[in-house]
Structure formats: structure tokens, C-alpha cells
Ligand binder design. Structure first.
Ligand code: HAM
Length: 418
């Protein structure tokens, strides 16, 4: 029986890891400049945390969550996103007592039972950042500036930044009522889920993937027309800051973002290069969520980047080890093999990458192997060389050879590299 990975779960193979590492280390470097600290949270949480945080009516919670009972009967879920987990940790460990504004990022796998297709899988990865404790709009623009700069450092081009404001609970109420009224006129065109959502959570109709529901909301009322003075001011100041920072954006009044926790600013960046699954980052402000999850009434804003999608866009970058070893040891005969085996480990301790073949092979076969590995130098040591106390060092690029004393060979090789 040969096993295959579970549908929607993918391996990241050695030749791909270089590009992943580059994206993740650039994120760490750039986020660090903005004062972010890394946090690592578990991949499993109580299922209720996500239902409460993301919203029971969202596709993520109602259709896509990997939920199961553990052996004690507790309902747990594999995290479909990181925000709820980060906030749970923030509240549980009272991080707000340490410093009033916390900037946290986390990187890792998320799980959603969606229909796998190009750019969409059931295990995928996110680079997630949150600014907790500041009401904005400076933080909103800073966060957007940071992610756009990160994309530009990775060489991503032709990106479209969409922004919107979903208002606060005060201005959302009248909008919901108006939207509900509007949707009543389209009731027959809505799928059964949206017919129900129209009553319970009409904003979620905007996220529905069914074509007739998509059509139905095309001319729906838009949130920006309902914003109260404070929310209008917040949004206008954000747009002014973005202009000041030279960030191009499009105001998209129908950007609703599929999760219930958002208030005020929402944003998403699209690329034209990935086909249907073209969002590479999504985020927004969620001022009521921390309180909703049992914490203090602190505002916050964050985003999550889809790592697979930016890796796909940023081309291949060499994986560590692909450059080839600094030295390949080519011993001939048992005594040389045993000595080389010890030198091999000492050279590695000295900071050189090196390889040797553990099967006893002739010189030609060993040189072929060194060539395939793209070794930069080869040290050849046979019986004659041991007797003379001098090995042969071959430079694989210039093809030059010279003798190298064997009594302090490890130190000699380390010195040669310096
Ligand atoms: P989201 O829009 O659900 O937001 O996901 C963010 C990004 O994750 C998407 O733009 C996409 O690039 C990637 N993504 C989502 N689902 C998949 C999938 N099945 N396969 C591949 N990539 C995927 C959130 O998750 C929010 N927690 C973002 C946030 C953080 N808001 C505030 N703070």
C-alpha cells in the first residue's frame, strides 16, 4: 500500500523551502522594524473560541472548520485563522498589563475544509500580524504600509489594494436594516443558506460563492453611505495617511471580508496573476472582539497574508544546501575512510559544509558524486597520501590541484575558507 497526502494537504519539498524561508525571514525582519514581536499559539483551540470570534454564520465556522471531540468529549477545532488564538493568548496571559499597545505576529498553518483548487488548499499557511490597543487610524495606515512594503521587498508587483469601512455597531444597525429590506426583493434568487442569512446576518450574503447570490448583491446598499461622523472621520483620515505614504488604493464599498468580527477599516490586496484565488492578504479592524472574548475593551487591527500565494508569486529562491558543500572528502582505502569520517564531523563543527560517500567507491565515482553535489573543493586522500602525510586538494571551479599537509588538515581547510 502506497500512501498519498490527504486531499487538500500539501508537502513543501526541499527545492521549494528556500522561497518559503525567504518570505518568512523577510516578514520577521520587516515586522521587527515596526516593533512587532513573534507569538506562537497552538493549532488547536476550543471550537467555541472560533464560533464566538469569527461568527457562527460565516462559511469558515459553519462549513469549513475541522472540529472534533477529543477523548474527554471536549469540542476542539484546528484553527482556521490565527486572530482568535492570538487574542485568546493576549487575554489569558494579560499581555495588556505588560504594555498598552501590543504588536504581535505569528506564522504557521491554518485549516479550512474548502474545495481544493489552484491557490486554495485545506491546510494553508498565513503570516499574521495584529496591532492591539490602538484605535487608529495611524495604526491602520501603518499596518497597510508595512504589508505593502513587505510585498515590494519580495518583488511583488501590480497589486491592487482595496479598502473599505464597515463602520461601528452604531452605524452598522441602520445599514443591516436597509440591506435586509433590499435582499427581500431578491429572496427567490438567494440560495437556501443566504435566505436564512438574510434574517440572521445579511452582511454574509456578500461572501456567498453562489452566482445568483453574487448577482443579487451587485446593486445592494453600501456601507460607506451609512457611516456615522466618527467612522467617516476615521476612514477619511486613513485615506489621507495612505496618500501621504504614497500607497495607491481603491475604495471598494462591497468589501465585507467574510468574518463577523470586523469594524471600521477592512482591506484586501489582490493580484492579477493568480486566477480566481487572487487575494494575497486580508485584514481589518476588530474593535469589539477582545471584549467579546472576555478581555478588556481594547481596539485592534490586523491582517493575514496567504503564504502559498506570495510564494507562488515570488519565483524560486535557492534552498540552503542547494549551493553545494564547501568540501567533499574523497578517501581511498579503509584507513583514509576512517580518518576522513572523523575530519568530516570536525570540519562541520568548524563551520564548513562538507560531504563524503560512505560506500567504498573508486576515485572516478567519488569525483562524479562531488560534481553532482556541486562541491567547491575535493580533498583526495589515498594510501600514498597518508604515507607522505599530504593530501591532494582539488578546486572544482578552477580545476587546480595542490598538496595539503594532513597533520592539521581540519584547521588548514577552515583557514583556507577564511
Ligand atoms: P482571510 O481573508 O480569511 O482572513 O485569510 C487571509 C488570507 O489567507 C487570504 O487573503 C488568502 O491569501 C489566505 N487564505 C485563506 N484561505 C486560504 C486557503 N484555503 N488556501 C490558501 N490560502 C488561503 C483571515 O484569516 C483573518 N484572520 C485576517 C485578519 C487578521 N484579520 C484581522 N487580523
Amino acid at each position: 500500500m502506497q500512501y498519498k497526502a490527504v486531499r487538500g494537504f500539501k508537502d513543501i519539498l526541499p527545492h521549494q523551502v528556500g522561497t518559503w524561508n525567504r518570505a518568512e525571514s523577510e516578514a520577521k525582519r520587516i515586522f521587527g522594524l515596526f516593533g512587532f514581536q513573534e507569538i506562537r499559539v497552538p493549532v488547536i483551540e476550543k471550537a467555541e473560541l472560533f464560533a464566538r470570534g469569527i461568527g457562527q454564520d460565516t462559511d469558515i465556522v459553519s462549513k469549513e472548520m475541522y472540529t472534533f471531540q477529543d477523548r474527554k468529549g471536549t469540542y476542539v477545532a484546528m484553527r482556521p485563522e490565527a486572530t482568535a488564538s492570538v487574542l485568546r493568548a493576549y487575554i489569558e496571559h494579560k499581555l495588556y498589563e505588560v504594555y498598552p499597545v501590543q504588536k504581535l505576529f505569528t506564522i504557521g498553518p491554518m485549516f479550512r475544509y474548502e474545495r481544493p483548487q489552484k491557490g486554495r488548499s485545506r491546510q494553508f499557511h498565513q503570516i499574521n500580524a495584529e496591532i492591539i490597543g490602538d484605535p487608529g487610524p495611524k495604526s491602520d495606515s501603518e499596518l497597510i504600509f508595512m504589508v505593502m512594503w513587505f510585498f515590494s521587498c519580495l518583488g511583488l508587483r501590480d497589486l491592487i489594494l482595496n479598502i473599505n469601512s464597515l463602520g461601528c455597531p452604531r452605524c452598522r444597525g441602520p445599514f443591516r436594516a436597509e440591506l435586509k429590506d433590499y435582499l427581500k426583493g431578491y429572496f427567490a434568487h438567494l440560495c437556501p443558506d443566504c435566505q436564512r442569512r438574510m434574517e440572521t446576518n445579511p452582511l454574509r450574503v456578500f461572501d456567498c460563492k453562489v452566482e445568483t447570490c453574487h448577482e443579487a448583491v451587485k446593486d445592494a446598499p453600501s456601507m460607506p453611505d451609512f457611516l456615522c461622523d466618527n467612522c467617516t472621520d476615521h476612514f477619511e483620515t486613513l485615506t489621507l495617511y495612505l496618500k501621504g505614504l504614497d500607497i495607491d488604493f481603491v475604495v471598494n464599498p462591497h468589501l465585507m471580508r467574510g468574518l463577523d468580527y470586523y469594524t471600521r477599516t477592512t482591506f484586501e490586496v489582490q493580484t492579477q496573476e493568480l486566477g480566481a484565488q487572487n487575494a494575497i492578504v486580508g485584514g481589518g479592524r476588530y474593535d469589539g472582539l477582545i471584549k467579546e472574548l472576555g478581555g478588556p475593551d481594547n481596539p485592534a487591527i490586523g491582517f493575514a497574508i496567504g503564504t502559498e500565494r506570495i510564494v507562488e508569486l515570488s519565483g524560486e529562491h535557492p534552498t540552503q544546501g542547494e549551493k553545494g558543500p564547501d568540501i567533499f572528502l574523497a578517501p581511498l582505502g579503509k584507513e583514509a575512510e576512517d580518518k576522513s569520517f572523523i575530519w568530516l564531523q570536525e570540519l562541520r563543527k568548524g563551520g564548513l559544509s562538507c560531504e563524503m560517500e560512505y560506500r567504498s567507491l573508486g576515485l572516478k565515482a567519488q569525483m562524479r558524486r562531488a560534481d553532482r553535489l556541486k562541491a567547491r573543493k575535493v580533498l583526495i586522500v589515498g594510501e600514498d597520501e597518508l604515507t607522505k602525510g599530504k593530501g591532494i586538494l582539488r578546486d572544482m571551479v578552477s580545476k587546480e590541484q595542490r598538496e595539503l599537509p594532513l597533520d592539521h588538515v581540519v584547521d588548514e581547510l577552515i583557514r583556507l575558507r577564511e
